[in-house]
Design a protein around this ligand. Structure first.
Ligand SMILES: [Zn+2]
Length: 148
């Protein structure tokens, strides 16, 4: 690690490897601690909130080039595996994200389906629509509305 001080042992205990999804054979490392309003892993550092995936990227791969943002290649926002992150321009990040957003019709169909007693699991629904399970969870919880 270039800068191990970015992460402390308490943070490392909040990470869980998920073998069922991944990018190029590398599994997601899911954060079991707090998430922010956008569904990203969050931790407190000196009283301030920090995004854990950014800390992980900077610890392992170095500083995030100025002007760039981190894109989750696995589309799982609470994944903190630095191998799943790519520093891209904001325009590129928005362009990529637009391919995976749900339409209003999708969102309504998902909400309707999940209200049924025999609905598929959130994981199965997420896979069917090509979005993360977290996106489905937040949608069902009413926390996000993803407009086009
Ligand atoms: Zn991942």
């Amino acid at each position: 690690m270039r800068n191990a001080a970015l992460l402390d042992p308490r943070d490392l205990r909040r990470m869980e490897i998920q073998s069922r999804s991944g990018v190029d054979g590398a599994p997601c490392i899911l954060w079991t601690g707090a998430l922010d309003g956008g569904g990203y892993a969050m931790t407190k550092r000196n009283g301030r909130s920090s995004k854990v995936h950014r800390l992980m990227y900077e610890s392992i791969r170095g500083e995030i080039p100025s002007g760039l943002v981190l894109d989750h290649l696995c589309r799982v926002r609470h994944c903190v595996n630095p191998a799943h992150l790519e520093a891209v321009s904001n325009a590129e990040n928005v362009r990529r994200g637009s391919n995976t957003k749900l339409t209003m019709a999708d969102a309504m169909a998902i909400r309707d389906e999940f209200a049924q007693p025999n609905s598929r699991t959130k994981t199965a629904i997420a896979a069917a629509y090509g979005v993360s399970r977290t996106a489905v969870r937040l949608l069902l919880a009413g926390e996000t509305w993803v407009a086009e």
